[in-house]
Design a protein around this ligand. Structure first.
Ligand code: G6P
Ligand code: MG
Length: 216
């Protein structure tokens, strides 16, 4: 029986991928190369330092660990100026209504994000109090597709892995959920999120009991 929902943040609850893209792109441009939107897709769900390494590899740029830390901090500063403008209007369509449906049941809600900025974003959009547990990038050592973030989420909710359902928009995140031994609902496209047990385009007009009957 499903007793807990574990939500990814970026691309599931709010759309921040565009801001990550803008900030990484600026950094890449400053280094003398560009990154495409398509390349940005491969960064979804990937931690800050892993993303930086993939981008530098893409641009054939070799840097010391110290230089990388400076670039990552600069990118984050830029990213924070972009996301600090977010309000409840930036919550993705259908999410609030879906949360209201969950609150009428005994199902617990946790966040499972590798973002170190997750709490700040949840506060900004006014959702921080809706979570029973928050696992973010400050609490884990391994980013997705490692299952750590979701296993910790289950643990903090006091549940077994098979009692949890994951909501994810990234290929790496779907893989993390499956590796944690959980059912995973993909948010996006079926041809991209091929490992997911079920794929929804968004939370718009989603009925919780219908969804649970489909996933069991
Ligand atoms: C999410 C995003 C990634 C991002 C990662 C780390 O998983 O999908 O694009 O790199 O979080 O985010 P942070 O806010 O810690 O830089
Ligand atoms: Mg995501």
């Amino acid at each position: 029986m499903i007793k807990g929902f574990l939500f990814d943040l970026d691309g599931v609850i709010v759309e921040t991928a565009i801001f990550h893209y803008q900030a990484w792109r600026k950094m890449a441009n400053d280094l003398g190369f560009d990154i495409s939107e398509e390349f940005n897709e491969s960064l979804k769900g990937v931690s800050r330092m892993d993303s930086l390494n993939l981008i530098l590899q893409h641009g054939n740029v070799m840097l010391s660990e110290e230089e990388k830390l400076i670039l990552a901090a600069k990118k984050n500063e830029h990213y924070l100026t972009l996301v600090s403008q977010m309000t409840s209007d930036d919550i993705l369509p259908g999410v609030k209504d879906f949360f209201e449906q969950i609150k009428k049941t005994d199902i617990k809600i946790a966040l499972g994000s590798v973002s170190k900025n997750a709490k700040m974003i949840l506060e900004g959009v006014g959702l921080i109090n809706d979570f029973d547990a928050i696992i973010d990038g400050t609490k884990i050592s391994n980013g997705k597709p490692d299952p750590e973030v979701f296993l910790k989420g289950a643990e903090e909710l006091g549940l077994q892995a098979n009692e949890c359902l994951v909501f994810e928009d990234a290929v790496a995140g779907v893989e993390a959920g499956k590796r944690a031994g959980m059912k995973v609902i993909g948010i996006g496209h079926e041809n991209v999120l091929t490992q997911a047990d079920l794929v929804l385009k968004s939370f718009e007009n989603i009925n919780l009991s219908d969804l649970l009957s489909k996933i069991l």
